[in-house]
Design a binder for this molecule. Structure first.
Ligand SMILES: Cc1cc2nc3c(=O)[nH]c(=O)nc-3n(C[C@H](O)[C@H](O)[C@H](O)COP(=O)(O)OP(=O)(O)OC[C@H]3O[C@@H](n4cnc5c(N)ncnc54)[C@H](O)[C@@H]3O)c2cc1C
Length: 292
């Protein structure tokens, strides 16, 4: 049963920040409600004030600048990202990620800001955005700040957002030359949340063969989307071969911190991390080499 609450609706960022400031002791932001309403129905969350930001048009955008990269406003829906011609052309990995995220109905209403702020360790955008070196823009009534997305996630369903802060935007830099990004999740039911997911970004060096930069990010394999930094180290300066792929998969599997739950055992998740890491590193590597 959903507890009674006072419903407030904001149409501008200024309005919502004023409302948050006024009710900061006991409120929740609602956008698409795809995650929040489940928690409210289960009685896990019972705010006195619900502040609806779904109609804030100034946060509903996808913009690209050749120097600054991509900016996606917090109230932009998953479906809009999936269908964006701009994203398809310049950040195509996000199209594949979105196509496999939930059902069309959920993607039509659920937003990118809601997904990140909910901080479900099995969320899809987190790992792929971190592989792309994303930052987030956050504001309260007094100030605006930016934060690396990898520092935004603190724990299960917990973020670095202060009680009075709103997530405004996710920012993704221009993809560096000779760089490709791959992302895949393993799930049992199509479009359901992943049992494990892996995002990898590979930059090929001047020789056209060796790895200059690498990011390997694990989803649903720890309390937060986590970079497997030891696995990344294995790749730096090396040329790709089967032994290297085995080693990077092993390292990522060791670094992961997965749980045992009704969906999968810890051991199975570690196995999946190994397999998906190898697969995503190889995919990103091959795509990056094809660009050289
Ligand atoms: C059936 C189903 C399947 C799903 N499958 C997947 C999946 O495969 N992969 C995946 O990644 N996700 C999945 N999801 C989750 C879905 O992507 C998210 O529910 C959705 O993106 C959340 O957006 P929302 O706008 O509905 O957020 P809401 O539910 O409105 O809010 C979620 C949380 O974020 C907070 N919040 C929202 N916007 C802001 C903001 N701008 N600033 C600060 N706090 C904010 C709210 O207070 C709340 O705590 C699934 C959800 C459902 C219902």
């Amino acid at each position: 049963m959903i507890h009674d609450f006072n419903y407030l609706r904001a149409s501008t960022v200024k309005e919502v920040l004023d409302l948050i400031d006024k009710h900061k002791d006991d409120y929740k932001i609602i956008c698409g409600g795809q995650s929040l309403l489940i928690l409210m129905r289960q009685g896990l969350v019972a705010p006195e004030y619900l502040i609806d930001i779904k109609n804030i048009e100034e946060l509903d955008y996808i913009k690209f600048d050749k120097k600054k990269g991509l900016k996606i406003g917090a109230t932009t829906t998953h479906r809009k990202i999936e269908k964006s011609a701009l994203i398809k052309k310049r950040y195509n990995v996000l199209v594949g990620m979105e196509e496999n995220l939930a059902s069309v109905q959920t993607r039509n209403w659920g937003t990118i800001g809601g997904n990140l702020a909910h901080a479900d360790p099995a969320g899809d955008p987190g790992p792929v955005f971190i592989a792309m070196n994303a930052t987030v823009k956050i504001a309260n009534k007094e100030r605006v700040r930016t934060l690396q997305l990898e520092e935004f996630f603190i724990d299960y369903f917990e973020t670095a957002l202060e009680d009075d802060e709103l997530l405004l935007e996710v920012q993704i830099p221009v993809i560096p030359p000779k760089t490709a990004i791959a992302y895949e999740k393993f799930n049992i039911i199509k479009n359901d949340q992943g049992i494990v997911s892996v995002g990898a970004s590979i930059t090929i060096g001047e020789d056209g063969l060796s790895c200059k930069e690498a990011r390997v990010v694990l989803g649903a394999a720890a309390p937060i989307p986590m970079r497997a930094k030891k696995a990344e180290q294995v790749l730096l300066g090396k040329k790709l071969n089967d032994r290297l792929l085995d080693k990077v998969g092993e390292k990522a599997s060791e670094e992961a911190d997965p749980v045992d739950d009704i969906h999968a055992t810890e051991a199975y998740r570690r196995h999946l991390v190994k397999v998906l890491t190898k697969r995503m590193v190889k995919k990103a590597w091959d795509q990056a080499r094809a660009l050289t």
